[in-house]
Design a protein around this ligand. Structure first.
Ligand SMILES: NC(=O)c1ccc[n+]([C@@H]2O[C@H](COP(=O)([O-])OP(=O)(O)OC[C@H]3O[C@@H](n4cnc5c(N)ncnc54)[C@H](O)[C@@H]3O)[C@@H](O)[C@H]2O)c1
Length: 415
C-alpha cells in the first residue's frame, strides 16, 4: 500500500473520532448497509482528493463497503486531520496527506492517487481533474464527481472551452448538498474556526461577510445569531438586495473595510480584500476566509506592506503596518472552518456524502451514455436524501392526497 501520513500512532484516536462522526451520519449509514449487501462498486477504483476529515473517512469506508477500492489525498494542505489519515491507513485505505504539507508534497500526493489509475475520481476544488487535463492525460476515468462551488465553476469553464475530456457530476449543485452543507455547514463551522483561533466575543462586533451566496448567507445568519452587527458586501444586485431585506447593512468593500471588526470572505473570487481596503481598516481588524482557495485576501501584498509580522497564537498572525495599525489574519487565509476548526459537522456532511455515494451509483447505472459534460444529479435523488434525513430527525413529511395531486396537475380549476 502506497501511503504517506504524519504519524501512524494516531490511528486509535482517529478511529474513535471517525466512529463518533459516523453516528451522526444516518443517511450515509443506510447506504453503507445496502452497499454491504449489493456490492455495487466491485471492480471500481476511487481516487479521491478531499479534505481528510472524519466525515470523508466515513465516505471512504462506505465506498469500500460497496466493494470499491479507495485511495485518498488532501484537497487542502491545511485541512488534514492526521489522526484520521492514520486510522484509514490502519483500515487498509491508502492515504497520502499530511497536515501542513508544502505545495510540492501536496501535488506529489495527488500524483500518487492518480498512479492507482482510478475509474472514478472525486474532487473538492477540481485539482485532480485539472491534473488529468494537463500532466496525466494518459488516464481517462469513467467520470469524476465534484464537491464544491469553486470546482464546479472550474469544470464549467473547461466544458465551455471544449476542454473537458470525461463526464463530471456536480455533486455541489444537488439541493441536499449546497442548501445545507454550504449554508449551515460553512455558516456554523466558519464561526467555530474564528472562535477557536481568537476566542473573541462576537456580540456587538461588526462582522463583514464578503459574498452572499449559499455559504455567505449561512455565515451572516450565524454571526447575526451571536449578536454581531452584520455587514454584507456583494457584487450581485439581487443577492445584495436579499441581504438588505434580511436586515443586514449592505456596503461596498471600501465602506465596509473602514467599519469591520471581523471579515469573513466567501466569494470563490480573488483579492476581494486588497491594499485599498487594508489602507482604511481599523487597528486590530481580523481577516479570515471561508472560500475554497487562499486567494480571496491579497496576503502577498499585506505581507509586503507590513513592517513586522508575527504569530500570536495558533492560526492567528499579526501584520503591523507602517502607521502602527495591526491587521490580524486567521489560518493563513485558508478555509478558516477547516484549518482552524474541524470543518462541517458530520450531521450536514451526511447529506453531501450520501450524494457523492449516490453519484457514483448513478455514474455506473448510466455508464456508456454519459458525455464529456458537467451533470447534475436527478431531482428524485434529492428527494430520497432529504426524506431519509427527515426520517432520522424524527420529522413528519406530509403526503399529497389524490385530490390534491390531480388539482396541482390540472389547469381547469380557476377563480
Ligand atoms: N469553507 C467551506 O467548507 C466551503 C464549503 C462550501 C463551499 N465553499 C467555497 O466557498 C465559496 C463560495 O461558495 P458558495 O456556494 O457560497 O458560492 P456562490 O456562488 O453561491 O456565492 C458566492 C457569492 O460571492 C459573490 N461575489 C463574487 N465576487 C465578489 C466580490 N468581489 N465581492 C463580493 N461578492 C462577490 C457572488 O456574486 C456570489 O453571490 C466557493 O469558493 C466554494 O467552493 C467553502
Amino acid at each position: 500500500m502506497d501511503y504517506d501520513i504524519a504519524n501512524p500512532e494516531l490511528a486509535a484516536e482517529g478511529a474513535r473520532r471517525i466512529a463518533w462522526a459516523g453516528r451522526r451520519m444516518p443517511v450515509l449509514a443506510s447506504l453503507r448497509e445496502r452497499y454491504q449487501e449489493e456490492k455495487p462498486f466491485v471492480g471500481m477504483r476511487f481516487g479521491a482528493c478531499m479534505h481528510v476529515t472524519t466525515e470523508t473517512a466515513n465516505l471512504m469506508l462506505t465506498l469500500r463497503a460497496g466493494g470499491g477500492e479507495v485511495s485518498l489525498c488532501a484537497s487542502n494542505p491545511l485541512s488534514t486531520q492526521d489522526d484520521v489519515a492514520a486510522a484509514l491507513v490502519a483500515e487498509g485505505i491508502p492515504v497520502n496527506a499530511i497536515r501542513g504539507e508544502d505545495t510540492e508534497t501536496y501535488y506529489q500526493h495527488l500524483q500518487t492517487v492518480l498512479d492507482t489509475e482510478p475509474t472514478i475520481t472525486m474532487d473538492d476544488g477540481a485539482d485532480l481533474v485539472t491534473l488529468l487535463h494537463t500532466e496525466r492525460t494518459e488516464i481517462t476515468p469513467l467520470a469524476s464527481m465534484e464537491e464544491t462551488t469553486t470546482g464546479v465553476i472550474r469544470l464549467r469553464a473547461m466544458e465551455a472551452e471544449g476542454e473537458l475530456r470525461f463526464p463530471v457530476v456536480a455533486v455541489n449543485d444537488s439541493d441536499t448538498k449546497h442548501l445545507f452543507d454550504n449554508r449551515h455547514g460553512t455558516g456554523q463551522s466558519s464561526l467555530d474556526g474564528v472562535l477557536r483561533s481568537t476566542n473573541m466575543l462576537i456580540a456587538g462586533r461588526t462582522v463583514v461577510v464578503v459574498g452572499y451566496g449559499d455559504c455567505g448567507q449561512g455565515v451572516a445568519q450565524r454571526a447575526d445569531g451571536l449578536g454581531a452587527k452584520v455587514v454584507v458586501v456583494e457584487v450581485d444586485a439581487v443577492r445584495a438586495l436579499s441581504a438588505a431585506m434580511e436586515g443586514y447593512q449592505v456596503m461596498t468593500a471600501t465602506d465596509a473595510a473602514a467599519v469591520g471588526d471581523l471579515f469573513i470572505t466567501v466569494t470563490g473570487n480573488m483579492h476581494v480584500l486588497r491594499e485599498e481596503h487594508f489602507a482604511v481598516m481599523k487597528d486590530g481588524a481580523i481577516l479570515s476566509n471561508a472560500g475554497h482557495f487562499d486567494v480571496e485576501i491579497d496576503l502577498k501584498r499585506l505581507g509586503e506592506l507590513a513592517v513586522e509580522n508575527r504569530s500570536l497564537r495558533e492560526n492567528l498572525d499579526e501584520f503591523v503596518l507602517e502607521d502602527g495599525r495591526r491587521i490580524l489574519v486567521l489560518a493563513e487565509g485558508r478555509l478558516v472552518n477547516l484549518a482552524a476548526a474541524e470543518g462541517h459537522p458530520a450531521d450536514v456532511m451526511d447529506m453531501s456524502f450520501a450524494n457523492q455515494a449516490l453519484a457514483a451509483e448513478w455514474i455506473l447505472e448510466n455508464r456508456g451514455e454519459l458525455e464529456a459534460k458537467v451533470y447534475r444529479l436527478p431531482a428524485y435523488l434529492d428527494q430520497q436524501v432529504a426524506g431519509l434525513k427527515l426520517e432520522s430527525l424524527g420529522a413528519g413529511l406530509e403526503i399529497l392526497t389524490p385530490e390534491q395531486e390531480s388539482y396541482l396537475e390540472s389547469w381547469r380549476h380557476g377563480t
